[in-house]
Design a protein. Sequence first.
Length: 448
Amino acid sequence: MILIQEHPLVGQLVNAIGAEHVLRAPDLMAAYVVDWTGRYCGDALCVVRPGTVEQVSSILHTCNIAGVGVVPQGGNTGLVGGSVPAPGSGAVVLSLTRLNSMGPVDPVTGQVSVGAGVTLAALNAHAKAAGWVFGVDLAARDSATIGGMVATNAGGIHVVGNGMMRKQVLGIEAVLATGEVIRSMSGLAKNNTGYDLTQLLCGSEGTLGVITEVSLQLIRPRDTELIIAGCDSVEAALMIASRFAGRLAAAEIMDRGGIDSVSRVTGITVPFPTPFHVLVEVTGGVSADSLEDLEHVTLAMDARDRENYWALRERITEAMAVECTGVSHKLDISVPLADLDTVYREITTYLDQPGVRDVVLFGHLMDGNFHVFFTTDTDGSHEEALDIAVLELVAAHGGSISAEHGVGHMKADHLHLSRSAGEISAMRGIKAALDPKGILNPGVLFTH
């Protein structure tokens, strides 16, 4: 661990935001330097917790002059090491959770401005109280923050109906590496005055600027029906969901390993003895005729049914964490829908080898997005090779090595599998223009 007490930058940061919000003791910093998976852990010079955009500006200005890396962090719920410093980096972790203000919801437009540190659960409650809902939902809603969700262009369970996070974003306030504040929060539907910096920052993983406030578009709540059906293949699950095309609010798939784990951990009954279950949430009602040809299907009849059926999907990661031992591998991939069934079979066939166990795939069916979970006995070069092989398999089908979790540290070496050399060069050029010293989230997205 770096001897942080001896670094002059710490004193400057204390002067900028107050000693109580500059954490230096290892025990106080511990939760900020390890990601949710536990696989990515680094060293920090200190953790700073600003409460205003002016303080964020001061921190970045000071760190930029010193040439010290800054790692923006929200709820730290990521799975690819994108919100924690690298080992030996000596970076400053910039926690944004104190930026948690929420403005009033506009009763006509449904627009609302919130601080980057507001949790998804808090935003949901704020929107619901005003008669609106937010279009993106995640299982990590109690800890995931809006700033982090924008920075990673988060997806979740309602992408098929509402789109990714960037579709909900109307404007952003952010601080560049130099400390300069940029703000575009008008909420105008039409504004053709040059580059769209708001959308540029969506999905940039904290490498171009630090998001401090966001203007969001809410939607009116819709009545939906929830269907759970059992089937024998991914292809069959796609056919079930596709019959409701145009009316889908969500379409999720779970294979047997994941859903059985949830049942053992929670006691929730698995409805059908089939290899796969598919959850389909539909607007506009469901007729009996649309389901009569399905052997294994039921509708959620009340709130308890809905809660239990969604738990079978949303608690898979939690249940696997309880039951599984060894090193956990969590990959987030997407492929064209036409290849989804084939890719499922190829991945599970490849992972059927000695030293690999607890293989589970689940995810966002109509987005072509699988979350691939498996465990191994040890953590080393062989285990990394397994991850890389799965990513290469996905790339061979024209898929993405990161559907919604981002690149982070985990996949920076493999960006070329999903992006061309020209694209990577252009991205590096943008990074160099906005962060010439490379202080923002060093090692994330690009390895060097």
